[in-house]
Design a protein around this ligand. Structure first.
Ligand SMILES: NC(=O)c1ccc[n+]([C@@H]2O[C@H](COP(=O)([O-])OP(=O)(O)OC[C@H]3O[C@@H](n4cnc5c(N)ncnc54)[C@H](O)[C@@H]3O)[C@@H](O)[C@H]2O)c1
Length: 366
């Protein structure tokens, strides 16, 4: 294992694993960060990886991520591969001495999560959980309102993501993804609640799940309601959907004893547009651009992706504690398991919740 000593004025040398949707966002975000340099990308399809390397001017492209990990002068990897590969990639990266930024959801099960955390601790590399909502400027401001007491004692926090369904086959295949919309987007809401409320102890989790529209395509849930009950009485409520047409929806509310705040991440920051002809791009998963659409601008900035990557790069460069860690990824995963358990039993799942299930979906749909 080789790890380069990084000085605070060095550029952090980054390798990307994956070359499609989220990795493009990672690349664009890192290219905005003055302290980072993308030195390599790895992804199994030769045409994709070479095209990606050309598009983002990355000097090294590999079809096997192990070759990327064997580069001596690489400091950190950012993983944008399907969920079932997260654990193996993180463990391999740790044993190669590379700091790891892992996309959500953290991995498929709690044993994998423990393995990833232990491997990174053993190798003395940072394990950073890529939950960009903790860096989204509007949500960061919302948290400041909560923290300064503007809303009084929080009573109910809501966060929801909805769109018409994912763009790639691995999301629909529960063997690879671990679950449906709860796994894919509920993980954002759970991380959001913990972050917004300062990670209080969780007392119980209740969830209602269904497959309403995409039953031919997936065994996974395409709609879900999740209630997280915190030991201090605060409540988190998430609505998640893979059946909402017309573009991505991402919004949050905080209700408190002295006030309330509503934060709509995309609609709220967009241009209300009517176009008879249609145009190039409105927002993620818009489906079309004719008629009424909401046109987002600086989409990745609104989501907090460049801010998230800049923070993780600083964590490596300056040896800082990451805002979101492997332990946070594991805590979110535990709640996801509890949610699928509740969806099966129809009862609240009492926390902490231990399970040997191979993936959250197994508790609900096997
Ligand atoms: N934070 C977010 O909001 C967000 C958004 C989208 C996706 N994601 C997460 O990012 C991950 C990837 O999702 P995506 O939307 O980019 O999927 P995608 O299908 O668009 O891209 C997946 C990439 O992984 C690559 N890949 C597959 N097998 C690989 C292997 N063995 N080694 C290296 N690369 C491999 C594919 O070639 C492809 O480039 C998922 O875990 C997903 O949940 C997060």
């Amino acid at each position: 294992m080789v790890r380069r000593a990084i000085k605070s004025n060095d550029k952090v040398r980054v390798g990307l694993i994956g070359s499609q949707f989220i990795s493009s966002i990672h690349a664009e975000s890192l290219q905005r960060c003055g302290h980072a340099e993308i030195v390599a990308v790895a992804s199994p399809t030769p045409a994709h990886v070479t095209d990606f390397a050309r598009r983002f001017d990355i000097p090294n492209a590999f079809t096997d991520y192990r070759n990327l990990l064997s580069m001596d002068d690489l400091d950190m990897v950012v993983v944008g591969a399907p969920n079932d590969l997260h654990c193996a990639i993180a463990v391999d990266a740790a044993s190669a001495g590379k700091h790891v930024v892992m996309e959500k959801p953290f991995c498929l099960n709690l044993a994998e999560a423990d393995q990833m955390i232990a491997a990174c601790a053993h190798a003395k590399v940072k394990l950073m959980y890529a939950e960009e909502l903790c860096f989204a400027p509007k949500y960061v401001r919302l948290k400041q309102l909560v923290d300064c007491g503007a809303l009084g004692k929080p009573t109910l926090v809501k966060q929801s993501e909805k769109h018409g369904g994912p763009h790639a086959a691995h999301f629909w295949d529960v063997e690879r993804s671990g679950g449906g919309v709860t796994m894919d987007m509920g993980c954002h809401a759970i991380a959001f609640f913990r972050w917004m409320l300062g990670s209080p102890k969780i007392k119980s989790v209740y969830a209602q799940m269904s497959t309403q529209v995409h039953g031919r395509k997936t065994k996974g849930d395409d709609n879900a309601l999740i209630i997280v009950e915190f030991a201090n009485g605060e409540i988190g409520l998430a609505e998640e959907s893979w059946t909402k047409l017309g573009g991505m929806d991402d919004r949050a509310e905080v209700h408190g004893s002295k006030g309330v705040a509503y934060a709509d991440l995309l609609h709220g920051n967009s241009i209300e547009t009517f176009s008879a002809t249609g145009y190039d791009y409105a927002v993620e998963k818009a489906g079309g651009t004719k008629g009424w659409t909401f046109t987002i601008y600086e989409e990745i900035w609104n989501y907090g992706f460049p801010q998230e990557m800049a923070h993780f790069v600083d964590c490596v460069r300056l040896d800082l504690q990451p805002l979101v860690t492997g332990e946070d990824g594991r805590a979110v995963l535990e709640v996801l398991f509890a949610a699928y358990e509740s969806a099966r039993t129809g009862q609240k799942t009492i926390m902490p919740f231990a399970t040997n299930a191979a993936k959250p979906f197994d508790l609900w749909g096997k």
